[in-house]
Design a protein around this ligand. Structure first.
Ligand SMILES: Nc1ncnc2c1ncn2[C@@H]1O[C@H](COP(=O)(O)OP(=O)(O)OP(=O)(O)O)[C@@H](O)[C@H]1O
Length: 250
């Protein structure tokens, strides 16, 4: 399994003072796999994602992408080696159009390459991937709208479009369903279903219906430590998981 992992987390550890938020974590995400990370509030899911995306560095351990060690690579360089974290709504530019927001992300990632082109070609080279990414998340007709005009669900779709426009093969998705209404959730579920199989996806999500219906494998994190990794069916029936986490739901 180690040989074929797209993303591999080895013995990762991160403490905040006395609190061990990431406690010797080992997780692998295979090519095309949708791997969900679940756990109670405070289990360390966001802390782990932040280390994988490079916003925070671990105390020890390794993060490998396609077998290459990216543990200390700065966050802004990770997209160019194939790893994208879904943007957060707080990072969107409200006073620009939807398409501008995606085009700016494409440009920010590949500044040097585009600076060599003439303005017209540069514009086309930025607009085309932006349009394709928007199409992919169901925002093909919304490119001209100002971000400030978008409903919450559409902003979430835009976050995902920005991640897709970066041409990564590994996606880190941190609670894409958060704050969505029932209809918006169904739409997001369909979008994720469409992406499934084409990207290696590490998905943090509290919505268990989504996790159990979409994930190939699930890792359960409790107090910073993975207690079990398996298929949704195995996770559902595992006594350790039920005691530690799902117990109250059964
Ligand atoms: N910068 C920080 N400084 C100190 N403690 C932190 C910091 N970031 C997170 N923690 C602590 O680390 C633990 C893990 O937090 P984290 O946000 O990663 O959990 P989570 O699983 O994402 O939770 P949730 O599901 O509520 O989002 C918590 O106890 C949290 O209080």
């Amino acid at each position: 399994m180690t040989d074929t992992a797209k993303l591999e987390i080895r013995n990762l550890r991160k403490s905040f003072g006395a609190l061990v938020a990431t406690n010797d974590v080992n997780i692998s995400v295979r090519p095309g796999e949708l791997h969900a990370l679940i756990g109670p509030n405070g289990a360390g899911k966001t802390t782990l994602i932040s280390q994988i995306s490079g916003e925070m560095f671990p105390d020890s351990g390794q993060i490998l992408l396609d077998g290459n060690d990216i543990t200390r690579l700065p966050a802004h360089k990770r997209a160019s080696v194939g790893l994208a974290r879904s943007f957060q709504i707080s990072q969107l530019y409200n006073d620009f159009t939807v398409e501008d927001n995606v085009a700016m992300a494409v440009q920010a990632q590949s500044n040097k390459r585009f600076n060599l082109l003439s303005d017209a070609r540069k514009d086309a080279a930025l607009r085309q991937p932006a349009k394709e990414a928007l199409q992919r998340v169901g925002l093909g007709d919304a490119g001209h709208l100002m971000v400030s005009e978008l409903a919450h669900g559409k902003k979430r779709q835009l976050e995902l479009a920005i991640a897709l426009s970066l041409n990564a093969s590994v996606l880190l998705l941190d609670e894409p369903m958060a704050g969505l209404g029932a209809e918006e959730s169904l739409l997001m579920r369909d979008i994720l279903l469409d992406l499934k199989g084409q990207y290696a996806i590490l998905l943090v999500e509290h919505d268990m219906d989504i996790v159990f219906s979409l994930a190939d494998r699930v890792t359960v994190l409790v107090y910073g430590k993975p207690v079990f990794t398996g298929t949704p069916e195995e996770v559902r029936h595992n006594p350790i998981v039920r005691d530690a986490y799902l117990g109250e739901e059964d």
